[in-house]
Design a protein around this ligand. Sequence first.
Ligand code: DX5
Ligand code: ZN
Length: 218
Amino acid sequence: MKTEFAPSLLSADFSQLKEELKSVKEADYLHFDVMDGVYVPNITFGPTLIKALRSHSDLPFDTHLMITKPERYIKEFAEAGSDILTVHVEATEHVHRVIQMIKEMGIKAGCSLNPATPLEGLKYLLPDLDQILIMSVNPGFGGQAYIPQITEKIKSLSKIIKENNYDCKIEVDGGIKTHNLKTIVDAGADIIVAGSAIFGQEEPAAALAEMRRIADNG
Ligand code: DX5
Ligand code: ZN
């Protein structure tokens, strides 16, 4: 399967998001980082922004909720136009219930794990998940360095998914650049989130094309 790319708007120019969206129309998804200032030490945006941008892109909206008790807002983010909603397993006491809530909205469900969260508990969630988002930095900010030991975590998760034939993609988020991309793809990443490596560049479209080339050919 070809590697898919989800540029993160966190590193885009917020004063011209419409244009920024157009610059990555060759991507596979658009990644929206929602932060509440409680679960992570940063605040970004809510469903209003996602709704406002929905008609300006044909790409699936991949919404990464870094908010505490995400069950309070599943309906709002789904109705705003998210195609995939990912919640942090650490942010809710009833993650399985939240996954069901997402699916009841008729969209895809993902779970995210912080760098220090082990894979163990996933065993009981994997049959119900469309994707697992492995954080390769501590969530909250763009432009941080990739945590190298996460490569091992991606490999372990990939093995579990293959052995059990689960229909679940691995998305990796944080610190992915041209120099470490191939290692992360080879470890088993299906979807690459990249913020600064795409929107932090002069030409986001060219940066995305170059990442695709590396992922496909090395
Ligand atoms: C961080 C976010 C990421 C962020 C990645 O909490 O989840 O999606 O935008 O940014 P880069 O690619 O710059 O590390
Ligand atoms: Zn993210």
